[in-house]
Design a protein around this ligand. Structure first.
Ligand SMILES: Nc1ncnc2c1ncn2[C@@H]1O[C@H](COP(=O)(O)OP(=O)(O)OP(=O)(O)O)[C@@H](O)[C@H]1O
Ligand SMILES: O=P(O)(O)OC[C@H]1O[C@](O)(CO)[C@@H](O)[C@@H]1O
Ligand SMILES: [Mg+2]
Length: 526
């Protein structure tokens, strides 16, 4: 029985594609099933139109059925261009794919957001599975694609650029690909470069972005005007949360103008603060590179009497890099992250702990995420509240502040000689090329984005959800920030491994934890 959704609401909702899902395997009755989709569609419309307000709770509240299967679908070009012609996927004739048993992903395949279930668990939220489709909505020689990279650097950006270019060219025969230089503002400052497999052949071996990047300068109308002027019909946007917000606005404008343009977001950030996806590319590489700084701090600290090493790692609002680098290293005595407040003085404070470790081991290593303890540093620098061009608050240097505080405490209060070394490898961990596993991850991301755009999906972000690549509505990944959960087992593992004070009691933890953000690392389940 085909339970495809044919509600008037769905058809009138331009932000959602027709849902070919069929619920043969569910016990839901068709009417109820439709209702669930309808309420989601309605909510999704709301979410897109009010994307700056956090209405995630309202969205969740709508999923009321115990057995509910929910597809959080992405838009399709045929939603607002119903007459758009389709063509057989050129992969059908690909020699490489000839041996693959099932070249194309079924339109009924969905990726479950929650895979830890009990017998009576509702089926819950799903995303459309990424991958090549039988039909495409672009003729190869009519594709004019562009790629732009925005926000901070991250290992692997060049691999994603390379693989979008090679994927479009090798799999779909597209050879009209433009690189927009210098981030969003590159669209209207008219700096572009032609991208071919040959041009991008070696770029994955270099850090940074071949196309350069910038913060600020997002002017939706100017950008879409420019996309139109250049005849671009596929836009690949690589960047973090801010970039994805910008991509959502570009998609909305494209849809408003009724243009046959696919807008695909590829999430990028070493901070790993993007919700829903398992982890962001470059994160593994950053954690690996951080080991070199921690090792150096450890060698320095253990070679002197009362050596204290402080290593500052990136992580504006999320302490994932610091947490994983600490867990990987085993040389770290204490890890400080933005999500977990700490204090210096008194019983159970950091000074006490340092003294105890120096007595036990003769040395001590602290890893601090750049966003940790900002409120303390701010107290010493009243009035300093700067922002970058994108409006992100510029952080105070917690590493320097901490170094000074520890020095002062031991020399002036405890009258103890300590040997402090402060290592700040901040940009070194993100300006490098991606490691092997990130390279593979970036390749899959790029190819998934290409398959999605060619298949006519738009307004999506691509990423792995429980290890399966999926097309996720852009608003879904920007509505919350992925942060370390203090009540998650991963943070408990860290506390157990360093044996550092938690600086909090249980009731503090439940108050602090949480913001409603989704812990997409799923670290509890590992
Ligand atoms: N809310 C928004 N609406 C439209 N554009 C935005 C928004 N936030 C940021 N942007 C644009 O996205 C681009 C990148 O944003 P930002 O500098 O915040 O980096 P990011 O993508 O979040 O990456 P990261 O934080 O990992 O470095 C900038 O050009 C900025 O103008
Ligand atoms: O100095 P920049 O380039 O503005 O970037 C710094 C920020 O970018 C990130 O690497 C990614 O968001 C943060 O960890 C860091 O705070
Ligand atoms: Mg950001």
């Amino acid at each position: 029985m085909d339970l495809s959704i044919h509600s008037p609401l769905l058809r009138s909702s331009p932000s959602l594609s027709p849902c070919p899902f069929n619920s043969k395997n569910t016990t839901l009755n068709p009417v109820f099933h439709s209702l669930i989709f309808d309420s989601r569609n309605f909510q999704r419309k709301l979410l897109v139109s009010r994307q700056n307000q956090r209405i995630r709770t309202q969205v969740s509240d709508q999923i009321v059925n115990d057995d509910g299967f929910v597809l959080e679908d992405v838009p399709h070009l045929t939603n607002f261009l119903p007459d758009l012609p389709s063509y057989p996927n050129p992969l059908q004739k690909s020699q490489a794919y000839a041996i693959v048993k099932k070249t194309f992903v079924s339109s009924e395949d969905a990726v479950a957001q929650n895979i830890v279930v009990q017998k009576d668990t509702p089926r819950g939220v799903h995303f459309r599975r990424a991958g090549p489709r039988e039909k495409v909505y672009f003729k190869s020689d009519e594709v004019r694609a562009c790629i732009v990279t925005c926000g901070g650097l991250c290992p692997g950006i060049n691999t994603v650029i390379r693989e979008i270019v090679c994927g479009l060219n090798y799999m779909y025969g597209v050879d009209n690909i433009l690189g927009i230089e210098g981030g969003y503002k590159g669209f209207y400052s008219r700096n572009t470069t032609t991208l071919t497999p040959k041009v991008v052949n070696d770029i994955h071996k270099r850090g940074g972005t071949f196309l350069c990047t910038s913060r600020g300068g997002h002017d939706t109308n100017k950008i879409v005007d420019n996309i139109q002027d250049r005849g671009i019909n596929q836009v690949y946007i690589i960047g973090g949360d801010g970039t994805q917000r910008g991509a959502a606005l570009i998609y909305k404008e494209v849809e408003k103008r009724g243009l046959p343009i696919a807008v695909a977001g590829i999430p990028k950030t070493i901070d790993n603060d993007i919700a829903v996806i398992d982890k962001s590319f470059g994160f593994d590489t950053a954690v690996e590179e951080a080991q070199r700084a921690i090792n150096a701090a450890h060698v320095e600290a253990e070679s002197v009497e009362n050596g204290v090493g402080i290593v500052k790692l990136m992580g504006r609002y999320s302490g994932f890099i610091a947490m994983f680098a600490t867990l990987a290293s085993r040389d770290v005595d204490c890890c400080l992250i933005p999500e977990s407040p700490f204090y210096l003085e008194g019983r159970g404070g950091l000074f006490d702990f340092i003294e105890q470790r120096l007595k036990e081991n003769g040395h001590m290593i602290i890893v601090v995420a750049e966003g940790a303890g900002q409120e303390y540093v701010a107290q010493n620098m009243p009035g300093v509240d700067e922002k970058d061009a994108s409006g992100n608050r510029l952080l105070h240097d917690i590493g320097l502040w901490l170094t000074q505080k520890i020095k002062d405490h031991f020399s002036k209060v405890r009258k103890m000689t300590i040997n402090m070394k402060y290592i700040d490898p901040t940009y070194m961990i993100r300006a490098i090329p991606s490691n092997a596993s990130d390279n593979i991850y970036c390749t899959l991301l790029a190819q998934s984005a290409v398959h999605g755009a060619m298949a006519g999906y738009t307004g999506f972000t691509v990423g792995p959800v429980n290890s399966r690549h999926a097309y996720i509505p852009i608003a879904r990944v920007t509505e919350a920030t992925n942060t370390v959960k203090l009540t998650d087992r991963m943070w408990a593992r860290l506390l157990a491994s360093t044996n550092q004070p938690s600086f909090l009691n249980c009731s503090d933890v439940s108050q602090k934890d949480n913001t409603g953000a989704i812990n997409s690392m799923n670290t509890n389940s590992i």
